[in-house]
Design a protein around this ligand. Structure first.
Ligand code: SAH
Ligand code: SF4
Length: 397
């Protein structure tokens, strides 16, 4: 892939994409099966799906006229019925530590008030892209800047996949390669609750995992959820990816306050769903439990003890996230000694625990700080958004 030149960054459709017609299908949203059905529906062979996906994802080509292994007739027809349109970049920020943040407009009119953020975090062993699944979020966790905005709307599968394509494209143009590709890992830890946008999430994940898509291994794609239990079971049944669960409190009393969805799916239901998620998977399968550390709220020795008790002997890794402050949050990050003491208390009981290093501090690129530019007239919060569970196949346990 490295040899295949990706289209130059200048060629990226930014303002020009405003002319895109709503009737054209954005191919970023079609997984291989849907893409094959699309071509068959237009009287073409299903094999065109593989060809076109290779152009898009392996070679980074979005211009149909450059897809030389398609017939001339099809190359001419495609621009009328389809487009390959990544989100438009409104702003980019680079941190001193190599972290990069993009502000992206996802609506066709490029409205900057409907913008989301994606963050690239290079490390020695890997390079992670943190992507958004919704514009805003309805779930209203008390310590989260995205949650404060309420939900504007779900992203489409094309808008989710488009973030990854755009970042991969931009990074390759800058020569940031890790082997064949720029991005090695994807985490759904940007704006939004991915399982509240389940319908778009699944095809997007399929494209990330597909050899004809981004070809990422299942351990390198992580969905982070605040605990939408029914969708955790559906995810388990439909795609195979790593799961991170935003626990943040070891008791229902405290979690009800910090993560309000707990009132609907309390800890006993959540932990049972976590157990079902890893049951029957390979030996090393585990859930990553995220725990934001808020000074004086959930970082005391009794919280560590209760957390140990809650997790018991489960296959688990704990990721402690020192609170990332934002204006008016009302919370504080604990002192380093308190963070260490909390981690030590978990280690002492045999729990694998890491503390998330803060990256991109100078550009507000850390977890919970992504706010995009959401100015919705119909801001919706948890109370307004029924979490619907559609009829589903029985989970494979
Ligand atoms: N909605 C999903 C994924 C996006 S948030 C979820 O809640 O899991 C990604 C992670 O950042 C979650 O664990 C979330 O609880 C955490 N987070 C949110 N706000 C934060 C903040 N201000 N400081 C540190 N972590 C935060
Ligand atoms: Fe939504 Fe996650 Fe923020 Fe909670 S922490 S408000 S679920 S984005």
């Amino acid at each position: 892939m490295r040899d295949a030149p990706i289209q130059s960054a200048e060629a990226e459709p930014v303002a020009s994409s405003a002319t895109a017609s709503g009737k054209r299908v954005n191919l970023f949203g079609l997984d291989r099966e849907a893409m094959a059905a699309f071509f068959k529906g237009h009287g073409e062979s299903a094999f065109r799906a593989k060809q076109v996906m290779q152009w898009i994802y392996a070679r980074g080509v979005t211009d149909f006229s450059a897809m030389t292994d398609l017939s001339k007739k099809l190359r001419e027809r495609l621009p009328e019925i389809a487009e390959i349109r990544p989100p438009a970049r409104i702003r980019e920020q680079a941190s001193a530590d190599g972290t990069r943040k993009w502000l992206l407009a996802v609506t066709e009119d490029l409205d900057p008030d409907n913008a989301i953020e994606a963050v690239y975090i290079p490390e020695t062993e890997r390079a992670t892209l943190c992507i958004s699944s919704q514009i805003g979020c309805a779930l209203d966790c008390s310590f989260c800047a995205t949650g404060k905005q309420g939900l504007n709307r779900n992203l489409s599968a094309a808008e989710i996949v488009g973030q990854v394509w755009m970042a991969e494209h931009d990074l390759r143009a800058r020569g940031e390669f890790r082997g064949e590709r720029a991005i090695t890992n994807i985490v759904f830890m940007g704006m939004g609750e991915p399982l509240a946008n389940y319908r778009a999430l699944v095809p997007a994940i399929r494209i990330l995992l597909d050899d004809y898509g981004f070809g990422l291994s299942k351990r390198r794609v992580t969905v982070s959820t605040s605990g939408l239990v029914p969708f955790m079971d559906r995810l388990r049944a439909e795609v195979d990816v790593a799961l991170a669960v935003s626990l943040h409190a070891p008791t229902d009393e405290l979690r009800d306050e910090l993560v309000p969805i707990n009132r609907k799916y309390p800890l006993d239901e959540l932990m049972a769903a976590c157990d079902r998620y890893v049951a029957g998977k390979e030996r090393r399968a585990h859930v990553v439990y995220e725990y934001v550390l808020l000074a004086g709220i959930n970082d005391q020795p009794q919280h560590a003890r209760a957390l140990v008790k809650l997790l018991g002997n489960r296959p688990a890794k704990i990721n402690l996230i020192p609170f990332n402050p934002f204006d008016g949050s009302g919370y504080r990050r604990p002192a380093p000694a308190d963070i260490r003491a909390f981690q030590d208390a978990l280690h002492a009981r045999g729990l694998r625990t890491t503390v998330r290093r803060t990256r991109g501090d100078d550009i507000d690129a850390a977890c919970g700080q992504l706010v995009g530019r959401v100015r919705s007239k119909q801001k919706r919060h948890l109370r307004d958004v029924p979490i619907r569970v559609e009829s589903r196949p029985a989970p494979r346990v």
